[in-house]
Design a protein around this ligand. Structure first.
Ligand SMILES: Nc1ncnc2c1ncn2[C@@H]1O[C@H](COP(=O)(O)OP(=O)(O)OC[C@H]2O[C@@H]([n+]3cccc(C(=O)O)c3)[C@H](O)[C@@H]2O)[C@@H](O)[C@H]1O
Ligand SMILES: Nc1ncnc2c1ncn2[C@@H]1O[C@H](COP(=O)(O)OP(=O)(O)OP(=O)(O)O)[C@@H](O)[C@H]1O
Ligand SMILES: [Mg+2]
Length: 250
């Protein structure tokens, strides 16, 4: 099993080098959250481009444990890293957006909508990562796995705004197996998957199903009707995220 995973890892590392060479860029960059998906991608891009890869740590009102785990990842794989704290910029931007909408009577309540606030964090991260990618002439590596792609569980043009998706063929359970083989720190392996976009958020609580169920459905296995409905509904509602924006016919 381990040998088989090592071979698959090697294939993706070769593919990453090919993507860099064919694009005329010089290396690869990823946002490192302290979660398992970005940990695996950080280890992969460091293997592919040992001297031309960067991990970016982007706290935004984040739990301090996220940064601890993100540092364990960048230190564990030895990738160059940089931190940019987005907390203040997010607060000031979101305040201005809501105040100006209120002034124009376009919203009646200043309480920020939770998803709008959360997605702005993901999009500020995307803008920051691209600012560094442009400066270094690097490709942006995304961290979506097969379960997230299928359910559309990402912010459009936020964490979904990337150049390449090295682990998009892996089920969530495969990501854990790859992480063990790559040597991702135990503290990262033991965390519940979370977008970290609000206090106490976990992917499975928000989606209303489990990654095991999503993985099973993608593999064509039987799952309870209730979970099938939740997952197929997420898939349908997020079809637009997996396509180019539509335009009128000529
Ligand atoms: N049919 C349609 N055709 C074209 N566009 C359509 C559309 N329906 C909505 N839209 C557009 O899409 C927007 C909604 O999509 P979007 O902005 O992505 O927002 P939305 O899908 O509502 O929220 C993002 C979800 O991804 C989760 N997330 C985000 C970031 C990271 C992670 C993680 O796992 O770490 C998870 C987050 O917790 C939340 O559940 C709408 O505001 C609208 O602009
Ligand atoms: N604080 C952060 N700093 C840098 N990048 C981040 C941060 N939070 C989120 N990201 C980026 O957004 C991506 C989407 O988050 P997601 O939660 O799906 O993955 P993860 O945190 O790596 O894994 P997990 O599913 O275990 O939480 C991350 O993989 C990472 O690239
Ligand atoms: Mg996460």
């Amino acid at each position: 099993m381990k040998k088989h995973i090592e071979k698959d890892i090697d294939k993706v590392v070769q593919w990453l080098r090919k993507m860099v060479n064919e694009s005329g860029t010089k290396g690869l960059i990823v946002g490192v959250s302290g979660g398992i998906d970005s940990a695996v991608v950080a280890y992969l891009i460091k293997k592919a481009c040992p001297n031309n890869s960067i991990g970016v740590i982007l706290p935004c009102k984040s739990n301090p444990k996220d940064k601890e785990d993100a540092l364990a990842v960048v230190n564990g794989c030895g990738i160059d890293s940089v931190e940019v704290d987005l907390t203040q910029i997010h607060e000031s931007l979101f305040d201005q957006i809501t105040n100006n909408l209120m002034d124009k009577n376009l919203i009646d309540d200043k309480t920020p909508a939770r998803l709008s606030d959360a997605n702005l964090r993901a999009r500020l991260r995307m803008s920051t990562i691209y600012a560094i990618a442009n400066t270094k002439n690097y490709l942006v590596a995304g961290t979506d796995n097969a379960a997230e792609v299928y359910t559309g569980y990402f912010t459009k043009y936020g964490d979904g705004g990337v150049d390449i998706l090295p682990i998009a063929n892996l089920l969530k359970r495969d990501v854990y197996e790859w992480a063990r083989v790559l040597g991702v720190p135990k503290s990262v392996l033991d965390r519940a998957p979370s977008a970290g976009l609000w206090e106490g958020q976990t992917d499975e609580k928000e989606m209303g199903t489990t990654y095991d169920m999503i993985d099973d459905l993608i593999e064509g296995k039987e799952i309870p009707q209730k979970d099938r409905e939740v997952i197929e509904n997420l898939h349908r509602k997020t079809e637009h995220k997996r396509k180019m924006p539509p335009a009128p016919e000529k």
